[in-house]
Design a protein around this ligand. Structure first.
Ligand code: PDD
Length: 294
């Protein structure tokens, strides 16, 4: 470990744990860390374009909302976190990358209720976005639908992701890349690591912000673009029953940006790929990305 994050030598995957930097392969977590025991932690994943983090402040704002929701006090200020991110990006030398940051309630003997004296711990690392991933999200997605078996506080970006992992594995085993999750009554909530949009009756629809979805940063950017383009849009949930009538379905996330969906459960989404609205929104999204690349 070294304390000098100003050191300019390059590390393949630099990591930062509570103010100290090291290579990701050497970064370790204490066995009694509550995020390891209980999933008692929160996280953010942020895209880096041409060495610049995209919408970092929006991600930090959401990290604060997640922390507040679980009564966790963030151990570092936004300025300290932003500066650690800049140092890691510089150390990595990567242009196209993502930042992963996680905050745990800390290390304490195993007891479910909150420990009195544990100090929250924060780790951040940078990894290159593999070109295979960039190519995969540039292609239309195939999806399956899976019951949403998560808890009722999905607005918290918690590291408890077992139901998401299980649903996504089901998708992979079915030859798809994402699972569209639905609650009783067939209400589509979101994907395992994405938000879902559909164009139904000429109108863009997506689940409203609520405890049933994560309020995606990409979702918000896309809703703002849709408003600026005066595309008809309603933040209102749609159901599995309505999906076959959709002329476009999109997966949106930090990693996928806006990815059109080609088929769901083996049936093609009708309409062109990408659809008319997807094309228009993607063009504006690219301008946003180009503005941080500049
Ligand atoms: N996931 N919904 C869920 C359940 C997610 O995990 C994510 C992001 C999103 C989209 O949010 P955003 O646009 O802010 O990335 C929606 C990240 C990418 C992940 O877990 O890797």
């Amino acid at each position: 470990m070294n304390n000098n994050t100003g050191d300019d030598h390059q590390m393949p995957n630099p990591a930062w744990i509570d103010g100290k930097t090291c290579d990701l392969s050497e970064a370790t977590v204490r066995l009694e860390d509550r995020a390891y025991f209980f999933g008692d932690g929160i996280y953010e994943a942020i895209r880096v374009y041409s060495k610049n983090p995209f919408y970092l402040q929006a991600h930090l704002d959401r990290l604060h909302r997640s922390a507040d929701a679980i009564n966790l006090k963030l151990p570092y200020s936004d300025e300290e976190i932003s500066s650690a991110c800049s140092d890691l990006i510089r150390l990595s030398g990567y242009d196209e990358a993502y930042i992963y940051m996680q905050v745990s309630r800390g290390v304490a003997p195993r007891e479910h209720s909150f420990p009195k004296n544990a100090k929250p711990s924060m780790s951040i690392y940078v990894r290159e976005i593999p070109s295979a991933m960039i190519e995969q999200v540039a292609r239309p997605a195939a999806c399956i639908t899976v019951p949403d078996e998560r808890w009722m506080n999905c607005y918290i970006k918690s590291v408890n992701l077992l139901p998401n992992c299980l649903a996504r594995q089901q998708a992979v085993e079915a030859g798809a890349s994402e699972a569209i999750l639905y609650r009783p009554g067939g209400v589509v909530t979101e994907g395992t690591r994405s938000n879902i949009f559909a164009v139904i009756g000429g109108e863009v629809r997506t689940h409203p912000e609520s405890n049933l979805i994560l309020s995606g940063i990409t979702r918000r950017i896309i809703l703002d673009i849709i408003a600026s383009l005066r595309i008809p849009c309603r933040e209102e949930a749609f159901t599995l029953e309505e999906l076959p009538s959709a002329s476009e379905v999109w997966v949106t996330s930090t990693i996928s940006e806006l990815q059109p969906v080609a088929g769901i459960n083996g049936s093609a989404v009708k309409g062109n790929l990408p659809g008319e609205y997807a094309k228009a929104v993607k063009a504006e999204f690219k301008k946003e990305v180009d503005s941080v690349r500049a």
